[in-house]
Design a protein around this ligand. Structure first.
Ligand code: SAH
Ligand code: SF4
Length: 373
């Protein structure tokens, strides 16, 4: 069975051509799938009956299945999704007054092993398919939409363009640029008017700094870019973000400048996790200011979110304020990320895809593979 969520529009048009079907038919099905959240060919009423039957026999529309749904006291919602073979990934929805942001995972685990990251500590399992990546947005719209339909006024001001998810950030589990092709297929769907129609500035890829892939993204699908900087010099960054040993800061800054030639925003967002006594001193701000001198940027300081057995502590609030103040004084727009959803382990760096509810999982794993994927 071909999963139609694996195709971007061009891919679906090509696959339809193999079936002897016209491009406009592919676009029609695309809209049913992504705009209407429809996964049943029979309900695609303006699609010819013969085509519906053909599709039902050879294709499916299948997102990963949620195995847990947690809602934080601050409204942040986290889904644990089954991606087969005992792997699970997490998707987080963060409602705010003027937007709703979905934080999407790109890999089960991550191979890059940043010192402060819970996903990194679990090691790398595998890349998610395009269907598993876009399936997170597909599912969130469906599940959040169901809540909205049940109470029409709920979250009314939290939506933009009539959609509940107005922004997507590739900041869940995994390094998006290490799963380049599948991530780009999913990004294209996020942007396409036949699918989600989000503007490029509302879709953000966050990378730990895989330089050649940053150049490819710029050429193939420039969306807003966030770079996980976390250190002001190579000695420190080599330890905190080991990919720095391969692509050191000088090269990373070059890639940022090149990216901005095509980016939908005229700045890069540097993410900087605040680790008590490690990277949060005044001297680090001075190095940072010199480092980013010719890269138009904003800083987003992330108070470290602890997880079991991590050797770090969060910088005190006063330290974070002072750090931000120095950057601001140097003319760099600096924000501090509010910690959201930490009561359900949904905050940055806490996503580990843990499966706590073993019972339900055992039941699920007992169903035959063919029925699942
Ligand atoms: N792999 C990508 C995207 C996922 S991580 C990347 O590294 O950019 C999203 C952000 O959360 C990154 O900036 C990451 O460095 C940060 N992060 C990871 N662990 C964290 C933790 N324990 N506390 C706070 N932020 C963390
Ligand atoms: Fe991977 Fe990003 Fe975590 Fe580093 S911070 S281990 S790149 S998910």
């Amino acid at each position: 069975m071909v999963n139609l969520l694996d195709f971007d529009v061009d891919g679906l048009v090509a696959w339809f051509a193999e079936l002897g079907e016209k491009p406009f038919r592919a676009r029609q099905v695309m809209r049913w799938m992504h705009r209407e959240g429809c996964d049943d060919f029979e309900r695609m009423t303006d699609v010819a009956k013969s085509l519906r039957a053909k599709l039902a026999g050879s294709a499916c529309i299948r997102a990963p299945e949620p195995i847990r749904d947690s809602i934080s006291t601050d409204g942040t919602r986290k889904w644990l999704l089954d991606v087969g073979n005992g792997n699970a990934v997490e998707t987080v929805f963060i409602p705010e007054t003027s937007r709703g942001t979905l934080c999407v995972s790109s890999q089960a685990g991550c191979a890059l092993d940043c010192a402060f990251c819970s996903t990194g500590k679990q090691g790398f399992n595998r890349n998610l398919s395009a269907a598993e990546i876009i399936g997170q947005l597909w599912l969130a719209n469906k599940l959040l939409g169901a809540a909205r339909d049940a109470a029409p006024d709920l979250e009314k001001d939290e939506r933009d363009n009539g959609r509940i998810v107005s922004n997507v950030v590739m900041m869940g589990m995994g390094e998006p640029l290490a799963n380049f092709d599948n991530v780009v297929t999913a990004l294209r769907l996020m942007l396409d008017d036949h699918a989600y129609g989000l503007s490029r500035r509302r879709v953000t890829v966050s990378t730990s700094g895989i330089v050649p892939a940053m150049d490819r993204l710029r050429d193939e699908c420039p969306v807003a870019l966030a770079v996980s900087l976390h250190a002001s010099n190579d000695v420190l960054r080599d330890q905190l973000v080991p990919i720095n040993q391969k692509y050191p800061l000088r090269e990373l800054m070059g890639a940022c400048r090149r990216y901005l030639e095509r980016a939908p925003r005229d700045f890069v967002t540097f993410e900087y996790v605040m680790l008590d006594g490690v990277n949060d001193q005044d001297a680090h701000t001075r190095e940072l200011i010199a480092l980013v001198r010719d890269v138009p940027c904003k800083f987003n300081l992330i108070p470290f979110n602890p997880f079991p057995n991590s050797p770090f502590r969060r910088s005190p609030a006063e330290r974070i304020r002072r750090f931000a103040g120095i950057l601001l004084d140097a003319g760099i727009v600096t924000t501090t990320r509010k910690t959201r959803g930490d009561d359900v382990d949904a905050a940055c760096g806490q996503l580990a895809g843990q499966v706590r509810d073993r019972t339900r999982r055992t039941v699920r794993l007992a169903t035959p593979m063919e029925d699942r994927r």
